[in-house]
Design a protein around this ligand. Structure first.
Ligand code: NAP
Ligand code: GDD
Length: 355
């Protein structure tokens, strides 16, 4: 059914872009990924390197901050479906670079919609929305009806992108949808995000590369799913009869502390927690301190609790998450243990999360 369709993906080099490309290629799409120019070539070691030999996978240059490049990309590719996954997606960076974040993550969505409106108005558009739009949550669990109260410049930019997507749908009759996705992770997650930081540090510590991990607010709770499950829903949203917005979540919430406990126990370290606030630490069963709190990782405004209800996605599109929290944590730890042991065997330093 998808045979012969053409998709354009922004953010193709990111976690979701790589999984979505694989999914669409497996369905017979021709996939065009938008990549921005970098001063050094980076694609050779990127998450999409393995796709470079696929004759249906192509790259096209452009930047979310440049309307002309997005117009040109749409004109050149003439996509049936446009997935806007590109963003400055790291929440702490959005306080350091709020204007850039608003430009790429917020205005970038508007530029994509304009490119479609001007050049191929029948193209279906997917906007990568975020549970960060809920921020200081107004109800538990969060649904498509829950009001927004973003807590970061990133969250504010995603609210703008959500609203402008809805507005273009209503104003110009575009087939434009937003998926309000809760946190989703994988072995391809960036090392700066808390899940991958934890799994990589558990692997590094167990292999003797480090003794301790520094962390921020371990009481924060997230609804963590698996990225490969979630990109399936991005595609399904563009296959429905009428455009609409959907929450995509697992319906479970867990604290950062729970994630750490599970990840470290998977490499044989049973942690016990001591102290409060910035003095909080965790020791392993041998009394060695493995986790310390560093105020540097606390945020100016925190999103304390996220938990989504995916009933609408299940009822309308038959989607539900396939991977459990425990399965996700173990998958990520196993992958990082394998990466670290390969580095150790071959004599190079394994990747380290930014301090
Ligand atoms: P990611 O790994 O951080 O990838 C972000 C992508 O955006 C990268 O391909 C990056 O390209 C690209 N990008 C950034 N600035 C750009 C610019 N100026 N021009 C063109 N491309 C640019 O993010 P992800 O986790 O895959 O998430 C995908 C989308 O879903 C994002 O919009 C994110 O905000 C949203 N989201 C993610 C989650 C989650 O839990 N993962 C949850 C809700 C929503 P480079 O490689 O060149 O940097
Ligand atoms: N990154 C990080 N590093 N987070 C930490 C740390 C740390 O050392 N210690 C505690 N945390 C807490 C953060 O304060 C936050 O409450 C939680 O861990 C999750 O942080 P991240 O993994 O950085 O993700 P996020 O929830 O802020 O944002 C991600 O999910 C959003 C969807 O809700 C990103 O993928 C966003 O792009 C996405 O929209």
């Amino acid at each position: 059914m998808s045979e012969g369709k053409v998709a354009l993906i922004t953010g193709v080099t990111g976690q979701d872009g790589s999984y979505l490309s694989e999914l669409l290629l497996s369905k017979g799409y021709a996939v065009y990924g938008l990549v921005r120019r970098t001063s050094q070539p980076t694609l050779g070691r990127s998450l999409i390197n393995h796709l470079s030999e696929n004759p249906n996978f192509h790259l096209i240059n452009g930047d979310m901050t440049d309307q002309a490049s997005l117009d040109n990309a749409v004109k050149e590719v003439m996509p049936d479906e446009f997935y806007n996954l590109a963003a400055q997606s790291f929440v702490p960076e959005s306080w350091r670079s709020p204007l850039m974040t608003a430009d790429v993550t917020g205005m970038g969505a508007l530029r994509c919609l304009e490119a479609i409106k001007r050049n191929k108005p029948e193209c279906r558009y997917y906007q990568a929305g975020s549970s960060e739009q809920f921020g200081e949550v107004k109800e538990i669990p969060q649904t498509e009806e829950t009001p927004f109260h973003p807590r970061s410049p990133y969250g504010c930019a995603k609210v703008f992108a959500f609203e402008i997507t809805r507005n273009y749908r209503e104003s110009y009759d575009l087939f434009a949808c937003t998926g309000i996705l809760f946190n989703h992770e994988s072995p391809r997650r960036g090392l700066e995000f808390v899940t991958r930081k934890i799994t990589m540090m558990a692997a590094r510590i167990s292999a003797g590369f480090d003794e301790t991990m520094s962390i921020g607010n371990v009481d924060a709770k997230r609804d963590w799913g698996y990225a490969a499950d979630f990109v399936e829903m991005q595609w399904r949203m563009l296959q429905q009869e009428k455009p609409d917005d959907f929450v995509v979540a697992t319906g479970e919430t867990h604290s950062v502390k729970e994630f750490i406990d599970l990840a470290f126990s998977h490499v044989g370290m049973i942690l016990s927690w001591h102290g409060e606030g910035v003095d909080r630490i965790a020791k392993d069963q041998n009394g060695i301190t493995r986790v310390v709190t560093n105020p540097r990782f606390f945020r100016p405004a925190e999103v304390e609790l996220l938990i989504g209800k995916y009933d609408k996605a299940e009822a309308a599109l038959g989607w539900k998450p396939g991977t459990t929290f425990t399965g996700l944590v173990k998958m990520m730890v196993d992958s990082d243990v394998a990466l670290v042991s390969e580095a150790k065997e071959r004599g190079y330093a394994p990747p380290k999360p930014p301090e």
